[in-house]
Design a protein around this ligand. Sequence first.
Ligand code: RP5
Length: 168
Amino acid sequence: MAGPKVGVVMGSTSDQEIMEECLKALDEFGVPYELTVSSAHRSPARTSEYARRAAERGVQVLIAGAGGAAHLAGVLAAETILPVIGVPIDSSPLQGFDALLATVQMPRGTPVATMAVGKSGARNAGILAVQILALSDPDLSQKLRDFKQKMSQGVEEADRKLKGKRGG
Ligand code: RP5
């Protein structure tokens, strides 16, 4: 069995419901991943160690989902040259605005590709990881083209139904 190509890390198991959207996207494209709980604040050494060792296990992209003062994606990015995608989670009284700013406002030199807050961002993180892997995988590229086409057909179908209902 192929080893994981994507490492998905969550700051807490309380982030899992949202990060399931990311895992579903990876499953749809048949991309193997590993799922880990590690916190930038509660287990900083474990988080750094995870990022340092990920590439040597064949992982090519990291995805980090965290809420509150979300430093998880940034800490991972500090410790690896793998691309890191951040998902701000709306788990705090500030409804993810805090996590968005903490994830997106990385200092120059240490980028994190920051997604939208919550479930849409989690799904997009999975798709973006697939797009990165597809740069060197023609089968995945074809799956992405099919995926885009299906999405576009879905909009046309919705438009047809709408017009059918309204008689125009
Ligand atoms: C963050 O704090 C986690 O990513 C989570 O979104 C939030 C709350 O964590 P728990 O207190 O539910 O474990 O570090």
